[in-house]
Structure formats: C-alpha cells, structure tokens
Design a binder for this molecule. Structure first.
Ligand code: 13P
Ligand code: SF4
Length: 304
C-alpha cells in the first residue's frame, strides 16, 4: 500500500469516528500531513485543552498524551505508540523530588512539561521550552527549584539574574549529546550559516548559537530570516521539515546523531491502527494524580 493510501484511510476514519490527531513537530512529514494540529509542546498542550472531538490521538511521547488526558479526562486519549516515552521525563523519582523540596521549602517548584504525571503532582507550575522564560519571569517568588532539565534551567537562570535558581541534574539524552566540538566542525563546514539551537542543548552549545528557542521557534526564525544557510541544533526531523518548507534555503544538522528514537517510534501505520481501534495505548490516569497534576498545567496555560 502507498503512503497516500494509508493517509486517505486515516483521514476517512478520523472523520467517521470524530478523532482529532495532534502531532509534535518532531514527527515524520507523512504524519504531520494527516494531523489536525501540529506544534511544539506548549502549543500542543493549549490545543489539548480546547479540542472538542471524542477521541484524541497524540503522535509524540507519553508525557504529551498524559498532559492531554489530564486536561480532558472525558475524552479517549490514545498514545500513538506505547513504546514512545521520554527518558528525561522519568529521570527523577517523585520520592527524590519530595526530599529535595524539603531542603528548599521556600522555592516555587517549576517543572518542565517533560515530566511524568506523578512528578507533576509535586510541582507548582509547568513550563515548556517556549514558555519557560516568560513564566519564570512572572513568578511572584524569587526562589525557583527547576526540574528536571539542567540545560533549560541554566539558560533560564542566566536570563533572570534577579532570581535564585536551584537546578537538578536531568537532561535530554538526545540534545545533550551535542558538544562545542560539533559546533566548531559544523561552523567550519558552513561558515555562512546561522546556528539555531534548542535550549535542551548544553551550555557550551547554547553560548555559540545565533538563536535559541523551541522547535517551532527555530522553524519560524529560519523561515523569516533573510539568511540562506542554517545549522540546526535540535532533533534532525526539523532539518527535513525546514528543507521541505524552504527549498531556496539550506539546512544542516548540528550532529547526525541528534535523533530522538522515542519521537521517531510512531509510524503512519501506527496512526492508522489507532484510528481503527487496534493500536496505540489508551491513557488511563488515577483521578487523584490527575487532579493534583492538573493545577500546574492549568497554571502554565494561564501564565503562558
Ligand atoms: P518543544 O516542543 O518545547 O520545542 O520541546 C522539544 C522536545 O524535546 C519535546 O519533547
Ligand atoms: Fe524527551 Fe529529548 Fe526525545 Fe524530547 S527529544 S522526547 S526531551 S528525549
């Protein structure tokens, strides 16, 4: 069967069954084409709170499907591929966070949305890469305990010198792979190119960037720029999407290894099977966990 035929089946089934497909922008072009909404983590969270369909298929990773279920408990929320987790979301156990919180009782606990629902129950507000700076700057408290990404936390901390930040040692294994050495090699191969990176990258990479932002931030910066060449320091799917959308510009990956196997786990056939009711995983959350986790996502949407 051709890709186009699978896509047609998905489009037919989603209309018949009142399904909405949400896809993170790291998904493949053939999945983005059948999605009702695509975007970065923040945009997907906002969309998840507004969707009116009976069923939502989340093409992304588990914490994104959980966020959707937290906001819309009455809907059937399906994670497109049950194996698609986010290693960073599971880096801190709730017990450990509870201990750290005891050491810093005056700190507002800010959680990157890339966290499990259980961890969110212990936090005050969530942020995404595109909303973190804005939300942290609006917090009443000048003491922040930021979990779990040390790289995003460091980037925010440096822009808000009036606040005191405590960071923990989590990171995204995909983005943290890239080093200053990768930057120097890429810049020497493409001396005219601008370097656009995600704030999940290490400080030594972020410091050399011309622009730092979320996945959609990087995409819109590259599209609007007058420049013609760009080195992209985020998941390599973004290099492909940008090259397809801007054929007159050139995009180079900062590293050939910047691939998130979890984000790439979902196939178009997985999406079809979710629509047929034979694939994916229906997300179920304990109601107590859902309610406790909801307040920090609501707060993110309100402040963001
Ligand atoms: P954004 O969608 O916030 O850019 O984050 C990228 C990411 O790693 C999602 O897991
Ligand atoms: Fe998690 Fe990093 Fe993959 Fe995003 S890119 S899903 S943060 S491992």
């Amino acid at each position: 069967m051709a890709i186009k035929d699978v896509q047609e089946q998905i489009i037919k089934l989603k209309k018949e069954k009142d399904i909405c497909i949400l896809a993170h922008c790291y998904q493949s072009p053939e999945i983005l084409e059948v999605a009702d909404f695509t975007g970065d983590s923040f945009a997907l969270s906002v969309e998840a709170s507004k969707v009116e369909n009976k069923t939502v298929i989340m093409c992304g990773v588990r914490f994104m499907a959980e966020t959707c279920k937290i906001l819309s408990p009455e809907k059937t929320v399906i994670l497109s591929n049950p194996d698609a987790g986010c290693p960073m979301a599971e880096m801190i156990e709730p017990e450990l966070l509870a201990q750290v919180k005891e050491q810093y009782p005056e700190h507002t606990v800010v959680a990157y949305v890339n966290t499990t629902s259980e961890l969110k129950t212990l936090c005050d507000v969530c942020v995404t890469s595109s909303s973190a700076l804005n939300i942290c700057s609006k917090l009443e408290s000048d003491k922040v305990l930021f979990i779990p990404d040390i790289n995003l936390g460091t980037w925010i901390k440096e822009q808000l010198p009036d606040k005191e930040f405590k960071l923990v040692n989590g990171c995204c294994p995909t983005h943290a792979k890239m080093s200053k050495d990768d930057v120097l090699k890429a810049k020497s191969a493409h001396p005219e190119a601008l370097l656009l990176v995600h704030p999940e990258c290490r400080k030594e990479v972020v410091e050399l960037a011309d622009y730092v932002g979320s996945t959609t931030g990087i995409m819109s910066y590259a599209k609007k720029s007058d420049k013609k060449e760009f080195i992209i320091g985020t998941e390599n799917s973004i290099v492909t999407h940008l090259q397809l959308e801007c054929p007159d510009k050139s995009f180079y990956p900062l590293s050939k290894d910047c691939i998130c196997h979890n984000m790439q786990a979902t196939t178009l056939v997985d999406v079809l099977n979710c629509c047929k009711g034979t694939g994916g995983e229906v997300i179920e959350l304990d109601e107590d966990v859902r309610l406790k986790a909801k307040h920090c996502i609501d707060k993110m949407i309100e402040l963001g």
